[in-house]
Design a protein around this ligand. Structure first.
Ligand SMILES: Nc1ncnc2c1ncn2[C@@H]1O[C@H](COP(=O)(O)OP(=O)(O)OP(=O)(O)O)[C@@H](O)[C@H]1O
Length: 273
């Protein structure tokens, strides 16, 4: 019997749950004054795992990322990183949001250099690292351009290169591609999965796009509305080397997105806007 390449890839992929833990949320709650943002969150991210977070607006998805980054602490429960309580500004994680925050007075290379300069690398080390990063994100030859000379997708690639510059082992993405058109978004999704797999990053990725949530993930955590808690974690048994351009023909993908839409429909229709 011959095994299809896709099935071979699935069976060859080690079960993420057997890999070491990176981030653990244990009975986590976070209140901002009288407002209970999240409650009773339990979730473990393993090495090399790609987890997407979906849920109604304001249910606390970004709050979860912020606690992993050490931007603020939980008000109950515990957030740990490789077994240690997350302290202020967790330097093991890199954070990318919808806004790319590129410095308009610096070139692409100059923007990517920022974390490397802060880390105190020599000029030669910085130059070499920038060349590697430009290559990695598909921006070779654009190092001397300024952000206002770049397309939306190129700006995202530049922000991604800067994010990867100091080699954080975990990447936190908060709706990074929400403002891109559908085709560009697909291209960036392909890049993120390729880079995550190539560099073996662990990823927490917040999105409102349910198709994206399935296409990218190994697991998808579904939140309730505020105070947000994780209602269900959906396993996404698509191959690690999945072809995002052709997922629409994949039966598992179609079934999983339909299921996610069904799960989310009541919460989405109840939203005020
Ligand atoms: N620093 C803060 N100070 C006060 N309230 C906050 C703070 N951060 C978040 N909140 C509140 O906590 C709740 C959860 O916010 P959060 O941004 O985590 O939700 P979200 O699920 O990411 O929302 P969205 O999908 O709309 O981006 C919201 O009501 C928000 O107003």
């Amino acid at each position: 019997m011959t095994t299809s390449p896709a099935l071979a890839a699935v069976s060859a992929a080690p079960d993420p749950a057997t890999r070491p833990e990176i981030i653990r949320y244990e009975n986590v709650g976070k209140a901002f004054g009288a407002l209970q943002a999240v409650t009773d969150i339990n979730l473990t991210v393993h090495e090399g795992e790609f987890i997407t977070l979906v849920g109604p607006s304001g249910c606390g998805k970004s709050t979860l990322l912020n606690m992993a980054a050490g931007i603020f602490a939980p008000t109950s429960g515990a957030v740990s990183y490789r077994g240690e309580k997350v302290s202020a500004f967790n330097r093991k994680v890199g954070y990318m949001t919808q806004s790319d925050h590129l410095l308009h007075w610096r070139t692409v290379a100059g923007n990517i250099a920022v974390p490397l300069e802060i880390a105190g690398l020599s000029k030669k080390q910085i130059r070499d690292r920038i060349e590697d990063l430009l290559d990695l994100v598909g921006l070779k030859g654009f190092g001397d351009n300024y952000p206002n000379e770049l397309s939306g997708g190129m700006r995202k690639r530049c922000a991604l290169a800067r994010l990867l510059a100091y080699d954080p082992e975990t990447l936190l993405f908060d709706e990074p591609f929400a403002a891109l058109d559908a085709q560009l978004r697909l291209k960036m999704q392909v890049e993120v999965r390729r880079i995550a797999t190539q560099l073996k990053k662990s990823i927490l990725f917040v999105t409102h796009d349910l198709d994206e949530a399935v296409a990218l993930a190994d697991r998808c955590a579904i939140f309730t509305s505020r105070p947000g808690t994780i209602r269900e974690v959906l396993d996404i048994p698509l191959p690690p080397d999945r072809d995002l351009f052709h997922l629409r023909h994949n039966r598992d993908y179609v079934d999983l997105t339909a299921r996610l839409w069904d799960e989310m429909a009541p919460a989405i229709s109840a939203e005020e806007h």
